[in-house]
Design a protein around this ligand. Structure first.
Ligand SMILES: Cc1cc2nc3c(=O)[nH]c(=O)nc-3n(C[C@H](O)[C@H](O)[C@H](O)COP(=O)(O)O)c2cc1C
Length: 204
């Protein structure tokens, strides 16, 4: 379903003849990995209690294997995906949405290092200071400690808690709304991340 407000009047985001694999569409929909403006995605995980959990993370980068996000190894999301790697990702733009089902597994050490280097200085520092103890401090103390840390550490390397995951997709659903006809989805599916894709259209 769409509304006039959400529908994107820009040209069709799908080629007439859909490629057999989704990589071309992903390249058209997602910014290049060296674009400093990173897309936001909702990462949904399965918790031990059975409730789903969801939160916003940055899409650090993507490649033919899947979608990478980075986080703190002590976080709830890491506990969730360590217990059950099945996740969903949702990315949304005006008039467009991409939803992903897949499996999240820890990315390589090299990849995690690359991602840290490409984070802004603010986010590199956040990876060091975003702790439960820091969060308990009053604002004045948080400002002082942040500024002191910044002054004392002109160059930063990743803390031990810097963590990264690759989501290898088994389902990719591209949704496009239009003001002049019905919204529609194009879906790619495969039973496992190492089997070929099938593709079909769905109503929006
Ligand atoms: C715009 C935005 C971007 C965020 N990006 C990240 C991110 O890339 N990695 C991350 O761990 N948390 C990120 N967060 C914080 C998460 O949404 C979340 O609050 C935090 O990671 C704790 O999640 P958890 O307790 O469910 O593990 C972001 C939050 C916002 C609002």
């Amino acid at each position: 379903m769409t509304s006039e407000v959400q529908a994107d009047a820009s040209p069709e985001h799908f080629p007439e003849h859909l490629p057999e694999a989704p990589e071309t569409l992903l390249a058209a929909w997602l910014p290049a990995n060296d674009d400093p403006v990173r897309p936001l995605m909702t990462l949904s995980t399965l918790t031990a209690s059975g409730y789903p959990d969801a939160r916003t993370v940055l899409l650090s980068e993507y490649d033919d294997s899947g979608f990478y996000f980075h986080t703190d190894s002590r976080s709830r999301k890491v506990a969730d995906v360590t217990r059950d790697p099945r996740v969903a990702l949702t990315l949304v733009w005006p008039g467009r949405q991409l939803t992903v089902q897949g499996e999240a597994h820890r990315s390589s050490m090299d990849e995690r290092g690359w991602a840290y280097e490409h984070r802004s200085r603010y986010l590199q520092q956040l990876a060091w200071l975003n702790t439960p103890d820091f969060a308990e401090l009053p604002l004045a103390e948080r400002l002082t400690r942040w500024a002191d840390f910044d002054a004392e550490h002109p160059a930063l390397t990743p803390p031990d808690t810097w963590d990264g995951f690759l989501v290898r997709p088994v389902r990719l659903t591209f949704w496009q709304g239009r003001p002049d006809t019905a919204s529609r989805r194009t879906e790619y599916r495969r039973p496992t991340p190492s089997t070929p894709w099938t593709r079909h259209h769905l109503p929006g």
